[in-house]
Design a binder for this molecule. Sequence first.
Ligand code: DON
Length: 345
Amino acid sequence: WKENDVLIQDDLGNTLSRIKTDKRNGFYSGITAELILKEMIDGGGIITKDDLENYSSIWREAVIGYYKNHKIISMGPPSSGGIALNQLLKGAEMLEVSNYDHNSSDYVHLLSEIESRVYADRATYLGDPDFYKVPQKELISSNYLSERFGTINHLKTPSNQIKEGDIDLIESEETTHFSIVDKFGNAISVTTTINGAYGSKVVVDGAGFLLNNEMDDFSVKPGHPNMFGLVGGEANSIEPNKRMLSSMSPTIIEKDNKLFMVLGTPGGSTIITSVFQTILNVIDFNMGMQEAVDSKKFHHQWLPDAIIIEKNTLSQENINLLKEKGHTFVERNSIGRMDCILIKD
Ligand code: DON
């Protein structure tokens, strides 16, 4: 392909037209379904006609929380995004992270300590709520979180000493984001994922779309990391008809009951922390939207026990200070790809 070439995706266009005309049936039955099933037979896949017929999307309640007078509206289970984001923001508020210089060693240290605890909870308590009783209220309650983050001090806690928080359970035990605001002030925040690059790398012949490799978002066995290094347990184990745990965090923020920000990003496990840090950048560090997006991000997800950091985020001095606290680093070219809108007064 050269610059100015025109790419016409006829197959995908036809599929989208069928969805437009026949709504759900344009995908889960009729020609598109036949093409998917043919792909399954030709490619040795396991999706059956029954699977397609029995699948339907489910309307879920958004997870709502508050950060310094801002109403944070985000995605509930089966994504971990909204709950984790609320935990992170409450942690940021409790530990008053806005008192520290942006990306100073103390700031990175505190956020990483908060993040690793939140991801430890994610590994144990989050999964498809139709199959696993997610203790949603408990996880974002102030009492629970003040205990959870109360152990954070100026020293790094090794991840093997961080377990999920103590919750009294009643029972035992390629991503795309877009944010849109129209002229009337209606806002949508949408994240959709086929998981890895090109998903399962299978295109449904004649239908023009890729099949995902979302099975990797389940935890295949306790302690065994997925492609994002995330570990999990029973809550997110594989079961028929269960939906896998996600990190997607499409989020809408209101301030004084008015639309303030619309945001989200791809990035696997780093989605939640990218959204978290972008919110802090705007609300606490008064950055404009572009600056908050461009600002380098870092990420701690409990396991592996390291801060994943974008290149050139921190000065060598800050890296040394954090190493003295016991932190280790893994460098990455970029974390997340935020797509956001900030409403100016
Ligand atoms: O839902 C999730 O958490 C993953 N399927 C997201 C994967 C992703 O963002 C990959 N893109 N960078």
